[in-house]
Ligand binder design. Structure first.
Ligand code: SF4
Length: 470
């Protein structure tokens, strides 16, 4: 978590393609590029031509890890890739994915987006039965379970595995002759299916399909196993939970605005969140601005609903990446200024409403309010297009301790004073849900970080595995 963003980090993005005759490694490279916002620590691609699986992975962004030469060597008819931000397991290349292993039936590659909530128990049980672990990530336990259930065909092994694992997972599994996508019974993390000529694609978000010119077919359903091989596409739907619990934060912040998830266009939902904010909190100001980029759509929605003009009041430096040297305490002010700079002639003398999608740890909001005031704004109010983030997430983001979450420690009025704003409002949970046009989808959501209603059992306090020490 960087204090120059103060956003929770999504764990991973996954992309796979079954495309005989196509340059599958290069298409996967472009697909991962489109999913780079979901993970910036490591990147990897595994490829098969039906005779073994080859893998290249390393720490770094997609274009840092793959060169023309490396892509040229990764030829085959099927490929899958992964971009990672670590939430379980250290940020080390050994934990980068895909994982590729030999088991009784040949080779298998696996990539995982999400977090297992019973991983400590799983690893303890597996270790007690003779398993050894090379990584500290939770995905390795899934590979062990697949290997353990090898008497069956791999889809049956996965069904058995799904009975053992708990938590959030969208998985890609590749053998030498098939590509498989799995979404956990609650559908917490997204996964969709695309088609391009005779090729099929599985990807975390539909923006990756658009990037390679593929057509969106549908989302993988909660609890579904989708197999793609020489016979086309087939599906097993036996494991869905009673109700879906897609992570609502995908729509608030994680996903790209041009993606469609479970029937909802992300950008449209964010705009509606802004409209709902304007209905709930009409603020008497001259100007609406956003904290770019994640607050943009909600700010436009607020402006449309309220009739107050929207303008760009903060300019974002788009070239601050993973390699940005984290400054010391004295330089933190400067760090925020490197990321965002106020446009003075827009702000001078105005009563401003600044819209952001969330405040997680509260490390940057105060600096942004001060920056806008210094630029000449006469008042600075903040509206947040989601409810207060109070409870930690156990399903694949990096907010796992309540003490880090400002809204778990302070009232809204205390936060307002802390960030120095003239007003602070959060969208209600009811307003958040109203932003989804329910006529479009049957989807229901995980909202646990706002209300503590965890759809999947969370790890017991103090549960840990000595086989996960980092
Ligand atoms: S707890 Fe929050 S961030 Fe985590 S899956 Fe649920 S909605 Fe998403």
């Amino acid at each position: 978590m960087s204090y120059i963003t103060d956003k929770p980090k999504e764990e991973c993005g996954i992309f796979g393609i079954y495309g005989p005759g196509l340059d599958v490694a290069r298409l996967t490279y472009y697909g991962l590029y489109a999913l780079q916002h979901r993970g910036q620590e490591s990147s990897g691609i595994a490829v098969t031509d039906g005779q073994g699986i080859r893998l290249h992975k390393n720490m770094g962004l997609v274009p840092e890890v793959f060169s023309e030469d490396i892509l040229a060597r990764l030829n085959g008819n099927m490929a899958m890739g992964h971009v990672r931000y670590s939430t379980t397991g250290s940020s080390l290349v050994v934990n980068a994915q895909p994982m590729v292993c030999y088991y009784a039936k040949g080779m298998v590659a696996l990539a995982h987006n999400g977090n297992l909530t019973n991983i400590a128990e799983l690893r303890n049980t597996l270790a007690a039965n003779g398993s050894v672990f090379q990584t500290t990530n939770d995905s390795e336990a899934i590979v062990h379970l697949i290997a353990r259930y090898n008497q069956n065909k791999i889809e049956d092994a996965l069904l058995k595995c799904m009975l053992d694992i708990k938590g959030a997972y969208s998985l890609l599994v590749m053998t030498e002759d098939k590509l498989i996508g799995v979404r956990d019974p609650y559908g917490v993390r997204p996964l969709c299916i695309g088609k391009m000529g005779g090729a099929y694609i599985l990807a975390s978000e539909s923006c990756a399909l658009d990037t390679i010119g593929a057509e969106f077919i549908r989302d993988v359903e909660p609890g579904e196993i989708v197999t793609i091989d020489k016979n086309g596409i087939s599906s097993i739907k036996k494991m869905a939970a009673k109700s879906q619990a897609t992570c609502i934060f995908e729509f608030i912040y994680f996903a790209r605005p041009d993606s469609i998830i479970d029937g909802f266009q992300v950008n449209q939902v964010r705009r509606e969140m802004g409209r709902q904010l304007a209905i709930e909190y009409p603020v008497d100001v001259d100007l609406v601005i956003s904290v770019p980029d994640s607050g943009n759509a909600a700010a436009r929605g607020y402006a449309e609903e309220s009739g107050i003009p929207f303008d760009e009041g903060l300019m974002k430096n788009r070239y601050i990446g993973r390699t940005f040297i984290q400054p010391n305490q004295e330089m933190r002010e400067l760090a925020v200024r490197l990321k965002l700079n106020p446009i003075r002639n827009v702000l001078r003398g105005k009563r401003v409403l600044m819209i952001d999608d969330s405040i997680v740890r509260g490390t940057t909001s105060g600096k942004m309010v001060a920056m806008v005031k210094e630029a000449g704004a006469s008042e600075v109010h903040m509206c947040i297009s989601s409810p207060p983030y109070i409870y930690p997430c156990y399903y694949g983001t990096d907010t796992s301790a309540s003490k880090e979450l400002i809204a778990a420690r302070m009232s809204i009025e205390e936060i307002r004073k802390f960030i120095g704003a003239d007003g602070l409002h959060y969208l209600s949970q009811e307003g958040l849900l109203k932003a989804f046009n329910k006529e479009l989808s049957q989807c229901t959501f995980c909202t646990a970080c706002f209300d503590g209603n965890y759809p999947i059992e969370v790890p017991a306090l103090g549960s840990e595995s000595k086989f996960m020490l980092e």
